[in-house]
Design a protein around this ligand. Sequence first.
Ligand code: HEM
Length: 460
Amino acid sequence: EKSECVSLSPMREAVPAPPECERVCVFGTGDLGRSLGLRLLQAGYGVVFGSRRPHSSSLLLHGAQVLGHAAAAQSALLIFIAVQREHYDFLVPLANQLKGKVLVDVSNNLRKNQYPEANAEYLQSLVPGAEVVKGFNTLSAWSLQNGPSDANRQVYICGDSVEAKQVVMAVATKLGLSALDQGSLSVARELEDFPLQLFPQWRLPLRIAIGLSAAFFFYLLIRDIIYAYATQGEDISFRIMVSLANQVCPIVSLIMLSLCYLPGVLASFLQLYRGTKYRRFPNWLDSWMLCRKQLGLLSLGFAFLHVLYTLILPIRSVEHTLKCTHTHTHTQNKTTTFDTTTAWRGDSYLSLGILGFGLYVLLGITSLPSVSNVLSWREFSFVQSKLGHLTLLLCTAHTYLYGWNRFLSSSIYKWYTPPGYMLCLVLPSVVLLLKLLLITPCVDRTITRIRQGWERGADQ
Ligand code: HEM
C-alpha cells in the first residue's frame, strides 16, 4: 500500500495537517466517517483518513489527509472505526500498528441480537493490543453535519481502559457533545441496541390506546349502528364519523387517565400491606409507573380530540336540521317546555368537562421537561398527584352527570349491553374510591410513617 499523503481535492496540493494540532484518524470513508471527519476538522483537529485505496478516494474534505490504513494508524493515537462489522478483519494484519492505540467503535446493527457478541467486543478480540472504546453510535451522520441539537448532544461511551475513555471524552467535549461514561466494554451490547429502540416508553401506552380504541369502536358500532339497522332497519352508519368518534375518544381518554393513577394507588396499598417501603415493587408495577407520563400525554390527546369533536356538534346539528327541513315538511308543531333540572344537568356536565380539561392541559404542560425542571419536587408532585386526582374526579363527574338518570332506565341497555360511558366509568370510580380510602386520616398517617422509613413489626 502506498502511504504518502494525498490531496482530497483533485485541484489542490496536499494539505498536511499543521504539526501542532492533535491528529485523529478515521477508518472508513462512508457517510458517518466523512461527517465525523468534518466535525473533527471544524473542532480544530488534524484529520487523517485511512483508506484501502488512498489515491482513488472520492472523498472531498478540504483539509483532511487520506493515507493507507497502516500509515494512517501510525499517525494518530485515536482511531475511529467507521466501518461495517463484516469488514473488521482488515484490522488483523495491522495489529502491530494498532498496538496501544485507542479504537472507537461507532458501529450499529440492523436488529437486536444480530451477532453473538457486541461489535466492540468482537473488535477487541481481533486487535487485543489496542484499547477499544464503544461510543458515538447514537449519533447520525445527519446530526453530525447539522450540528447536534439538544436532544442528541449526549453520547454514551464504554470501555475497559479508563485512560482510553478519557481520551475519547476529551474529543467528544471538543466536538460540543457531552459524553456519559457507561462503564466497561461489557455494556457495549446495550449501547448497540440503544439506537434500535423506537420510542421504548411509548410502546405500552400506544398499545393500550390502540387496543382500547379498537375495542370500544367495535363495541359501539355493534350497539348503536348495527343495532339500529337490525331492529329498525334504519341506516345511521354516517354516525361513525362524528358521534362514534366523539364517544371513543373521551372513553379512551378517561380510562387512560385512570390508568395513570391506578399504579400509584396500588403501590400505596402494597406498602400498607407489606408495612414497609424497603421492598421492591414487582417489575410490572415498576414499568407501569415509568410510563405514566406517556399514558397521561396520550390520554390528553384523546381528550383534546373529544373537545374538538364537541365543538363541531352544533354546526353538525344545524346542517342536519337544514337537510331535514328541505326533505320533510313539518306537520307537527311541537312545543317544548323548559326544564330547569335538565338545564342544570346540561350546564353542570359541560362546565365540569371544561374545568377537567383545563386541569388536564395544566398536567400536560407541567410534564414537559422544560417546565418540570423549574419546579421543585414538592411542586411537581403537588401538580401531578393532587391536581391529577382532581382532574380525574372532574372528568369522572362530567361523565356521571352526562349519564344522569339514564343509568336507571332499561331502554338504554340495547341487547343487554351497557352504553360506553357506563363501562368507562368503572375504572376511574375504582381509582377514586381507593384514593379516598388512602386519604382518610388513619390510613394516611400509616402511609406517611411508612414513607418516612417506619416498618411494621420493627419497633417490637
Ligand atoms: C361526553 C363536552 C371534556 C369525557 C361529552 C358530551 C359533551 C361533552 C357535549 C356529550 C357528547 C354526545 O352527546 O355525543 C365536553 C366539553 C369538554 C369535555 C365541552 C371540555 C372542554 C371532557 C374530558 C373528559 C370527557 C376532559 C375526560 C376524559 C367524556 C365522556 C363522555 C363525554 C367519557 C361520554 C361519551 C359517550 O359515551 O357518549 N362531553 N367534554 N369530557 N365526555 Fe366530555
